[in-house]
Structure formats: structure tokens, C-alpha cells
Ligand binder design. Sequence first.
Ligand code: GDP
Ligand code: IMO
Ligand code: MG
Length: 429
Amino acid sequence: MKNTVVVGAQFGDEGKAKITDLLAQKADFITRFQGGSNAGHTVVVNNKKYAFHLIPSGILYENKICMIGSGCVIKPDDLKAEIDNITAQGVSIEHFKKCLKISPLAHITLKYHCDIDGYSESELGKNKIGTTKKGIGPTYTDKYARSGIRVEDLFNLETLNKKLDVILPKKNKELEFVYNLKPYSKEEILAECELYREILAPYVDFDWQENLLKIKQEKTILFEGAQGVMLDIDYGTYPYVTSSNPISAGAGIGASMGPFALQEAVGVFKAYMTRVGEGAFITELLDETGEKLRSTGAEFGVTTGRPRRCGWFDAVSARYSVLVGGLTTAAITKLDVLDNFEKIKVATAYKNKKTGEIEKNYPTNVYTHTDYEPVYETLEGWGEDITNCKTYNELPINARKYLQKLEELLGIKISIISVGPDREQTIFI
Ligand code: GDP
Ligand code: IMO
Ligand code: MG
């Protein structure tokens, strides 16, 4: 396998973890490169379901190294809870100690980042982003404001103290006077950092430079994206986005290996669309068809349990994702969810409701999205269970026609089709 990055090509929850877990069979090293425990990644093996948030989705294999890269943000107590959940399902803690690595350059989410995330959301009221309240935005804000705490800081008390002397007075002013929140004493933060140091100690890879050089030269690498292109801080439906770069270009930075370590970018698309949180969603269905997609696809968030908004496949945003996400091939997931839909629609363009004109480009200013309505092409459904199909030719003719239509609209080859949550329910073409 070529060094590959798995990128969510819609609004997240496309089934990236299933695809990552599958491709991880052929990789030696699997690395997350952005995001934090806002992600909710489900892997199903022999009917057993595992939920990951920060841990790379390749962790279920023996002898593969899984790394939480420098571009990620880590809330160590969330990571501990995640490890505890997986060990309760039978994976040994020794396995984690052997296979899980953390970059010393990743940033730490402290309690105050979560306080700010929660408060900002309630302050925004009806204008809220609908974040996961995991402190993601405030942690990345501090990173770029050059006032963040990195994993390595937890292991050097002298510099941690010096940093806190600079950071904390300013942060406390922000907490008290901007947000009307409780300030933290230095002792409280030091105690929090001590706890986090203990949690992370077995996993931090202080020899990451030497190790990554070798991995780059000798091993097959799988980069695992979280969220999706339409939630990207630069290219998504800004400001209704996350605070990192889920696009393929984010992988070179966030996994400390530069852009030329990547050879292929698989964009993961659900056969329809979902979104959690607020923000534009031009093909959203607020009727019983949307409800049917939600119930058939079990569309409820892994991290927050929120019901996901549902709608038809949007080829306008998909083409945009192919471009800005740097996608080279596509994986189509959850095709089986459409088994019992008589008609299936795909948005091929947007029509401007005021002028009647067709807009082929994706309108990047989301505040104008209410001006548009989708122009749909309607295809016939297939009306039969495809969850046991093992090859492309076993798929009903109308399912193949739907895939051909998507491939034509995307302009890249579909290389993987997923017809159920299990590893086995996958067709490679
Ligand atoms: P991720 O965040 O992109 O990894 O996706 P999530 O795990 O949040 O959501 C995808 C959900 O769809 C999970 O519950 C998966 O087990 C499930 N899933 C993945 N692929 C398929 C598929 O082809 N068919 C069905 N029915 N479910 C799938
Ligand atoms: P995976 O990796 C779907 C959404 C939130 C919110 C916005 C910003 O499972 O696909 P944040 O907490 O990141 O500041 O929230 O992004 N969001 C996701 N939606 N899947 C995800 O991850 C998401 N991670 C964040 O709902 O709209
Ligand atoms: Mg998810």
C-alpha cells in the first residue's frame, strides 16, 4: 500500500474509522494528525463495537504503532477514560503501552479550555457553533496565540512554572473579565498538570525524531483524519467549523512528516449526508425522508449522542472537497442505508432562489446559503439488502448506477464501497 491519508470529505462521521481500520491491515504505522476527543470513531470487528476519540483507529491490530501526532490536542483525562473503555472490552493495557505513542509537541487541553468552550457556546445563544464542548477551539486558540501548554511541558517542571507565570495571569483576566468565569490558582493548574503527566507518561515518545525518520524511510504509513473537509478551519463552512485542518494537507504538518510523505488521499463520503452541530447544510431534509435516513442509518453522534441532521448527497460540496481536500480516490460508505429508498436524489448544482441562476461553485460564504436551493437528479433505488454483497458485480444494477453517477460527479475513482459497519462488509475495486 502507498502511504495514504484518510480524509472525511463531508461534515464528519462519514465512516472514516472503519476505512482506517481496514487500511491499517496493510500499514505499519498509523497516525492521527489533528483534532482531539471531539472526534467519535467507530470500529466494528466481529459484531463488537469499539469507540475511539483520540486513539488512532488502527490500535486493534497487534504490532502496529499508533501515534497521536503533534497537530492533535489532548485532554489527558479524556484519553484515560478512552483507554479504560477499550481495556474493559478486552484489549490489554500492555498493548497500549507497546503500541500507543504521543508526540511531545501536541497541545494539552486544560480545564479552563473546556470552561471557555461551554461558556462561549451558551453566550452565543442561537448563533452558537454547536461544538462538542471538548475545549477544542480554546486549545487551538492558545496554540496559535503562543500561550499553549504542550505535552513536553508537563515533563519539565522548571519551564512549566515559567510558562505558567506568563500565561496564567493573562488567562485569569480573560476568564474573569471576558467570560465571568472562575480563575485558577497556579497550584490548581500544577496539580492538574501533575495528574496529566502521570496519565501520559507511558506513551510520550521523546525519541520521535529518530523514530519518525526511520518510519518515513522504511515503513508504510496511514494518516487518519478526524472531522471532515467541510469542517476545516480554512475551507469548511466557516465559522461553523472545527479549529484544525482535517484536509490532506493537514497531515504533513500534524504528523511531523511533511507533504511528500503522502502518496494517496482517500476521501470518505457517506452515500448521503449528515451533520451534527449548527451551520449550513443545503441538502438537509427536514421531512420524513430525513427522519428515515436518521433512523435507518442510526445517525446519532458517538461523542455527544446528538441526533445528526440528514440529507441527500451533495455533489457540489463533494467536488469542492475533492479540490481543497486534495483527494485522489473515494470511499463510499453506508450504501446499505439506502436499500429501502424507492428514489434517491443527488444535488448536482445549486440554484440561486433570487436570480434563478445556477451556481456551480461551492459558495464559501455560508451566510449566503439560504439564497440557494439544490438542483436534484433523481435515481431509482434498488430495494434489496446489499449488506452481504462481496463484489461490485453482486451489487444490484441500480446501486451500481448510483455509484457510477457519484464517480462521474466527483471526478475521482471510487476505490472502496462499504455496505455495513463490519470489516467484512466492504468491497474493494
Ligand atoms: P467517523 O467519525 O467518520 O469514523 O464515523 P462514526 O463512527 O462517527 O459514524 C459512522 C457510523 O456508521 C458508525 O456507527 C459505523 O459503525 C457505521 N458505519 C460505517 N460504515 C458503515 C456502512 O457501510 N453501513 C452501515 N450501516 N454503517 C456503517
Ligand atoms: P469525527 O472525527 C462530526 C463538529 C461539531 C461542531 C463543530 C465544531 O467523528 O468525524 P468542535 O468541538 O470541534 O469545536 O466543534 O464541529 N464536529 C464534528 N462533527 N464529527 C466529528 O468528528 C466532529 N468533530 C467536531 O459538532 O459543529
Ligand atoms: Mg464520528
